[in-house]
Write a protein that binds this ligand. Structure first.
Ligand code: PNW
Length: 450
């Protein structure tokens, strides 16, 4: 039985942080407004067939023009924190050189607006919208981009650092490297495994060098990184499937966490890569392994791995799935967190920086959205976080993906992850049943602080 609202709230300490999350490209729109430069996603969306519904981010949720209204919306939920990302090409149109005052001003208003409402700001520097000008020079495949990123990070910290509760370097390096450069499903739409592995190394390196530089500059806000990690489980108990699951876990998780926490790439994955292994210069791994103030984990589903290389059809096996066809599997979140604790004894505080589901929401004639599937999804996953906490994982917070329906990358606007409904005709925002539940849950959590 899932816990009641009250019992669930009681499982968390008073200082646990609750929030909602978004990213710049997915909600802001205003793609060509006020001096913003083009990002690789602006470009990628124009590639025929790249986005399922042929859409783009020019308007998205028009958050750029509806900032005050959206800040009120966030505050109305009763959250402690808001996770957003800064659009690099909005603040530095070419990714190096001149800054864009209007872009910086937007994030000033966002951060100050949060602070006025008593909400802590968690900013992400890179949620995938790399300036196209840097892509034209090789993008994350080029080591020069690493240095541009460090300069960008320093500029952002100088301007906003004293007002942030957290500054994240990258969101989901695996997605940028593998979906963007090996599978070609995400921007920049390239298909080369060797390049993808070099990109993954440059992302990690830029993270480490940025942390070093930010601390040398006197950073006072906590610094971290956000990884998407799914626990990998063998489809059957056969030795072949178990070996395949072990390698998949290496490629998706340990490839990132081993360098971050141990300063090494995992040997099994390195050996498997053969000639596709990245070029690593002396000192790179030491630079990557900077102490983290927090680790952000985005969790949606587990991976079931079979040695045949074919994806396991969880739907055919009768398992519940979301509208993305991702299996709904809350215990996977507990398993994953316990695995991190077991593998990395000095694990820093962990935030769930994204968790949520896309569902085909039922909209009533009066506009009410009855998304009880999403509500159940959130409830069960929050309980899974409590289970991990009970077993000693240093959990610090949980953020719902997402505040509102938005541009779901290659799926366009067809997949809705919001706890607030967005009508893409009128851009009206309407809280769904899950938002009402989230409000009530947070009221319980706050009541326990008094
Ligand atoms: C994350 N996968 O993306 C992102 O951080 C969000 O921007 C996004 O909206 C959310 O999850 C929902 O998709 C992912 O295929 C996209 O494994 C794809 C995968 C993982 C994460």
């Amino acid at each position: 039985m899932p816990d009641s609202l009250q019992r669930l709230a009681q499982r968390f300490p008073p200082d646990f942080l609750w929030g909602v999350a978004t990213s710049s490209f997915q909600i802001e729109g205003a793609a060509q407004k006020d001096g913003k430069g083009a990002s690789i996603w602006d470009r990628f969306c124009r590639q025929p067939g790249a986005i399922a519904d042929g859409s783009h981010g020019d308007m998205a949720c028009d958050h750029y023009h509806r900032l005050e209204q959206d800040l009120d919306l966030i505050a109305s939920l009763g959250v402690d924190c808001y996770r957003f990302s800064i659009s690099w090409p909005r603040v530095q149109p070419l990714g190096q050189g001149a800054w864009n005052p209007a872009g910086l001003d937007f994030y000033d208003r966002l951060i100050d607006g949060l602070s006025r409402r008593g909400i802590r700001a968690f900013a992400t520097l890179n949620h995938w919208d790399l300036p196209q000008a840097l892509q034209d020079e090789g993008g994350w495949g080029s080591r020069d981009t690493v240095h541009s990123f460090v300069n960008y990070a320093r500029g952002i910290q100088a301007r906003f650092g004293d007002r942030l509760a957290g500054l994240t370097t990258h969101n989901e390096p695996w997605v940028m490297a593998t979906l963007g450069h090996e599978q070609g499903l995400f921007a920049p739409g390239l298909k080369c495994r060797r390049l993808a592995m070099q990109v993954s190394h440059h992302l990690l390196l830029s993270h480490g060098l940025a942390l070093q530089a930010l601390r040398a500059d006197g950073a006072r806000e906590p610094l971290g990184i956000v990884l998407n990690i799914s626990p990998c489980e063998p489809a059957t108990d056969s030795p072949e499937d178990r070996a395949a699951a072990r390698l998949a876990d290496g490629q998706g998780r340990r490839w990132y966490t081993d360098p971050l926490f141990k300063g090494v790439y995992p040997e099994d994955v390195w050996a498997d890569l053969g000639p596709d292994a990245p070029l690593v210069q002396p000192g790179d791994l030491a630079a990557i392994a900077q102490p983290l103030d927090y680790l952000g984990v985005n969790y949606y589903t587990r991976s079931l791995v079979s040695a045949s290389g074919q994806p396991v059809n969880v739907k055919a096996a009768g398992r519940p799935v979301t509208a993305m066809d991702w299996e709904i599997y809350p215990p996977g979140l507990t398993h994953l967190l316990l695995q991190l604790k077991a593998d990395y004894p000095g694990l820093p505080p962990v935030y769930i920086t994204e968790n949520g589901g896309a569902f085909a929401d039922a909209v009533d004639a009066d506009g009410t959205v009855h998304d009880h599937d999403r509500l159940d999804y959130l409830r069960h996953h929050i309980a899974a976080v409590a289970d991990a906490r009970d077993r000693g994982v240093p959990m610090a917070g949980y953020m719902v993906w997402s505040l509102m329906d938005n541009f779901e990358w290659a799926s366009g606007y067809a997949k809705r992850f919001g706890i607030v409904h967005v009508d893409y005709q009128t851009l009206a925002r309407t809280p769904k049943a899950s938002a009402r539940w989230w409000q009530a849950f947070l009221r319980e959590c706050r009541a326990r602080r008094a």
